[in-house]
Structures are given as structure tokens and as C-alpha cells.
Design a protein around this ligand. Structure first.
Ligand code: HEC
Length: 304
């Protein structure tokens, strides 16, 4: 390698090294409208007058989170016009966008909520429990991390940790308690290992016949056909995303009841589709295929 080559390599390596510590530059968070935002969009380039951001780690079905929400809401209304932004981050593996929407709506969360896809943010900040908050300045420097209050442990609220941190920070004082231990539920950062040896004809086509092709075939409302192996492979990354987020098949109401003509995917079906896409995306042999569906002509009445 020439001298110049060595130097440019060194400079590139230094760049990577300098950019890395805690500066989660390209972490992407997904909004409930399925749009991706980078962490730096939420921190550095936010509104003028912004001085700090509170990231609250939520989880669906964790009592400690539900208990912390009222205090967070109170702090939000107190501080939203004083330069502090609040975001809720759902980091648990296996949580879909639809569940996040429903939870945020149920608790009337007044600030923006995001899904931490792949738990990148939780891993970067080493957040292990939900109901923890990470309060950062506009350079992503951590000012306070830990529990919102000590209410979940004692039932009383003498320790309003986050409230104290916010107050001290805005007053220009030192933050006395800069970290506490969270009491919430452990965040599951492990994804189940993908299922192996799945094939299109044997495992995936039957699911697509039952849950997708009603809309995803020529002349129907879905934007692309999903009848053939080729169709599915060509759209594979997008399919994995929409089924994991539970955006597809579209389903208006979240209901525990099993309704007739329910096209929602089961957890097992989601795991199969995502595993198939993440592993070989193999075609397999046509002799494994289910019986072909005879779709009615589009002018015919189709219930469901
Ligand atoms: C009830 C009809 C219906 C069913 C059933 C359905 N889809 Fe869709 N799908 C749509 C429509 C309409 C769109 C386009 C509008 C949208 O993106 O919301 C779409 C969009 C998509 C997209 C593109 C998303 C994007 O970002 O552009 C993918 C991928 C997809 N569907 C996959 C699936 C899969 C996989 C299934 C089965 C598991 C499925 N759909 C079931 C109607 C349906």
C-alpha cells in the first residue's frame, strides 16, 4: 500500500473511532406512522430554544411504565414550553407498531412515541429496564438516567428524580442525583433465532393465500401482486417490515376476539415469514404447494 493509502486508511479509521463513543449517529427510530427518524433528528436539529430531551423507555403491559406515565405527563406539560422535549421509546423485542399505537392511545400519551427497531437505542445507552428515562442535552450527553420517581418502590414520591434533574438543569445548577436504578421490567433485547429450512411452497405460500392474496393480486387494491415466489422475493424486505410492524394485513380495530374473516397474522405466522426472509428465502419444490386458490373474478361478490 502506498504512503498515501496508509494515511487515508488511518484517517478513515480515526473518523470511525471518533464518531463512535455514545454518539449514536445513525440510530433509526420508527414513528407510529411507520416513518423512520434518526436519533440526531430528534435531538440535535430540533426546534429552536430546545435545551434537552427526555427519552422515556416504555413497554406494553409493564405495570411500572403505566405507573410512571402520569408523572411524565405532568412533567411534559410543565416543561414542554421551557425547552425540554419528551419522547416515549418502545424497545422491547417482539413489539409491533400496532401495539405501540394502541398503548399510547390508551394512556393518552401526549408526546411523540417511537419504536426502537432492533433495540439499537436501548443497547447504545445500555438501558436495561423500561420505565427508565434518559435525559440528554443537545449533544446527546446524558444528564440524568434512571427511574422517573421512586414511587414504584415505596408508594410515596419523595424522590422525584427526573423532576429534580429538570429543575436543576434549567436553573443552571448541578444535577445532584444523576443516576438511579430503574425499577421497571427488563427489556428483552434478544430476538428469537430464525426458523430454518422454510420454503415458499411449503411454508409461506399457504399463509399468503390465506392472508394476503385477497388484496395482493392483479386487479386488486394491494399495490403489488404476491401470488408468485418471484413477487414475494422482489418485495421481501418490505414484506418483513410490514408484517413485523403488524401493518399488514390491514386491520382497523385491535380486538382480542377472533372474528370471522380475521386476516390478522398469528405470532407464529409472522415469525415464519420474517425467518424465511432473513434466512435463505428458498423456493422449495412446487409439489409441496397447497392447492391453488381459485379467486373469483373481480366483478363477483367476495365476502370478507
Ligand atoms: C385487505 C386488503 C389487504 C390485505 C389482506 C393485505 N394487504 Fe398489503 N396492502 C394493501 C393495500 C391497500 C396497500 C397499499 C396501501 C398501504 O400501503 O397501506 C398494501 C401495501 C402493502 C405493502 C407495501 C407497503 C409499503 O410501504 O408500500 C406490502 C409489502 C404489503 N402490503 C404486504 C402484505 C402482506 C405480506 C400481506 C399478508 C400477510 C398483506 N399485505 C395483506 C392491502 C392489503
Amino acid at each position: 500500500m502506498s504512503d498515501r493509502g496508509v494515511w487515508s486508511l488511518l484517517i478513515v479509521l480515526m473518523g470511525i473511532f471518533l464518531a463512535s463513543p455514545g454518539q449514536a449517529a445513525d440510530i433509526s427510530l420508527r414513528s407510529i406512522y411507520a416513518r423512520n427518524y434518526e436519533l440526531k433528528d430528534l435531538v440535535e436539529t430540533s426546534a429552536r430554544g430546545r435545551r434537552g430531551v427526555v427519552f422515556a423507555f416504555f413497554k406494553v403491559g409493564c405495570p411500572a411504565v403505566d405507573l410512571a406515565i402520569p408523572e411524565l405527563k405532568a412533567l411534559y406539560s410543565n416543561y414542554k414550553d421551557r425547552g425540554i422535549a419528551f419522547y416515549a421509546i418502545y424497545s422491547n423485542g417482539g413489539t409491533g407498531l400496532r401495539e405501540v399505537q394502541v398503548h399510547a392511545q390508551q394512556f393518552d400519551v401526549p408526546f411523540r412515541v417511537f419504536l426502537d427497531v432492533g433495540q439499537e437505542l436501548a443497547k447504545t445507552w445500555q438501558v436495561q429496564r423500561t420505565a427508565e428515562v434518559v435525559f440528554v442535552n443537545m449533544k446527546q450527553g446524558i444528564l440524568y438516567r434512571g427511574a422517573v420517581t421512586d414511587a414504584d418502590r415505596t408508594g410515596r414520591r419523595d424522590g422525584r428524580y427526573l423532576a429534580d434533574a429538570l429543575q436543576s438543569f434549567l436553573a443552571g445548577d448541578a444535577i445532584k442525583v444523576a443516576s438511579t436504578r430503574g425499577q421497571g421490567c427488563l427489556i428483552n433485547t434478544k430476538r428469537p433465532a430464525p426458523i430454518r429450512n422454510l420454503t415458499w411452497y411449503k411454508d409461506i405460500l399457504p399463509i399468503f393465500q390465506a392472508k394476503c392474496q385477497k388484496c395482493h393480486r392483479p386487479g386488486e387494491i394491494g399495490p403489488m401482486s404476491l401470488l408468485s415466489y418471484k413477487n414475494a422475493v422482489n418485495n421481501a424486505p418490505m414484506i418483513a417490515e410490514v408484517v413485523e410492524d403488524r401493518i399488514m394485513p390491514p386491520w382497523p380495530v385491535e380486538s382480542p376476539l377472533k372474528l370471522e374473516n380475521d386476516h390478522r397474522l398469528t405470532d407464529e405466522e409472522i415469525r415464519k415469514i420474517v425467518s424465511w426472509i432473513e434466512t435463505d428465502t428458498a423456493e422449495g419444490v412446487p409439489s409441496d404447494a397447497p392447492r391453488p386458490v381459485v379467486w373469483p373474478h373481480r366483478d363477483q361478490w367476495l365476502i370478507g
